[in-house]
Design a binder for this molecule. Structure first.
Ligand SMILES: Nc1ncnc2c1ncn2[C@@H]1O[C@H](COP(=O)(O)OP(=O)(O)OP(=O)(O)O)[C@@H](O)[C@H]1O
Ligand SMILES: [Mg+2]
Length: 310
């Protein structure tokens, strides 16, 4: 039977692609095949592709999320797309807040950066290196305290250092520094059940800092605290960040917390799958006042640009 026109075109197309690849393999052609060339083959960027060039003087990109998406398969084999097409840069030593309502995929985004979840699409780099799993270069503080109930404050803070084989004397000195930094001096021998919620969360922060991570990832760390303690912890967090600058990615559903802490706020869309909607720069000096005119004006602007309840 004679070939149809489309079969012939297909064959020619496949032959052209084969010839092109063979020529590259033999070294006859140096360049790769780009999207939109005659072959029409899309060449994926290598996983560790450097981030695009930024203006001179701009801080370097610390974390780069490239077009990441994640779908979970839930009960009954139901596929739930949770985040979609998220591209995000976090710059060195900035305090970036991801603000979004409940169930918008915030924790999933953070877990992917932490290396605890793998994206279905896209990739994340830290200092240009692809993230393939969890590592001590990322200090994580979750909403639940995640402290070891049978270890006292000092042992909880030293845990990561101990696991990495840091000698006892050095470990103690590092722990002392961070226990003092979070204001828990004198509580070193206390066990988690003897501490308030705010104090437990400060142990978590000290523990994350003690490992000298390149970046801090905080997932609604003050979500379980009463309003007053929460505000106090925000003041403390800003103070600690000013004292020891780190790249911070802080997730919250609380607009006032975001305004008080962030250099930049990225807003997540309310419905699943979560996408990034808008971004706001918060160019206001610190320490900030929750009720300052400038913060309230920016608050108004964010709220008027979104239908989300934040
Ligand atoms: N491991 C998982 N397996 C299945 N579904 C998951 C998993 N992790 C998250 N999900 C689903 O993804 C959705 C978004 O969850 P995620 O925790 O990322 O949102 P969130 O914005 O952090 O929510 P919250 O404000 O309640 O903390 C939820 O519907 C959740 O059930
Ligand atoms: Mg969450």
């Amino acid at each position: 039977m004679p070939k149809s026109v489309s079969e012939e075109v297909n064959e020619q197309f496949e032959k052209a692609v084969d010839d092109h690849y063979n020529a590259i393999i033999k070294g006859e052609i140096q360049e790769g095949i780009e999207e939109g060339t005659a072959s029409g083959v899309l060449v994926q960027e290598p996983l560790n592709a450097p981030p695009p060039p930024r203006p001179a003087g701009a801080p370097p990109v610390k974390i780069h999320c490239e077009d990441i998406s994640k779908t979970f398969i839930q009960k009954g084999n139901q596929a739930v797309p949770v985040i979609r097409d998220i591209t995000l840069d976090v710059y060195e030593n900035e305090f970036l807040v991801v603000l979004g309502p409940g169930q918008s995929g915030k924790s999933t985004l953070l877990k992917i950066i932490a290396g605890l979840e793998i994206p279905d699409k896209g990739y994340v780099t830290l200092d240009g290196e692809p993230i393939t799993g969890p590592g001590p270069d990322r200090g994580i503080v979750f909403q639940s305290y995640m402290l070891f109930a049978w270890k006292n404050v000092r042992d909880n803070v030293e845990l990561g250092l101990k696991l990495r084989g840091v000698p006892a004397e050095e470990r103690h000195a590092i722990a002392d520094h961070y226990i003092k930094m979070v204001g828990l001096e004198g509580f070193e021998k206390h066990y988690p059940h003897q501490l308030s919620g705010g104090m437990k969360q400060r142990v978590g922060i000290a523990r994350a800092y003690a490992n000298s991570p390149k970046v801090m990832l905080l997932d609604e760390p003050f979500g379980q605290l009463d309003a007053q303690t929460r505000m106090y912890m925000q003041v403390e967090t800003a103070r600690i960040w000013e004292k020891e600058r780190r790249t911070v990615l802080f997730v919250t559903n609380n607009i006032d917390e975001a305004l008080f802490l962030g250099d930049r706020i990225v807003l997540m869309e309310g419905k699943l799958p979560g996408t990034l909607k808008t971004e706001y720069a918060v160019n206001l000096p610190r320490p900030r006042e929750h009720t300052s005119m400038e913060l309230l004006e920016l608050r108004e602007e964010i709220i008027s640009n979104t239908e989300l309840v934040l």
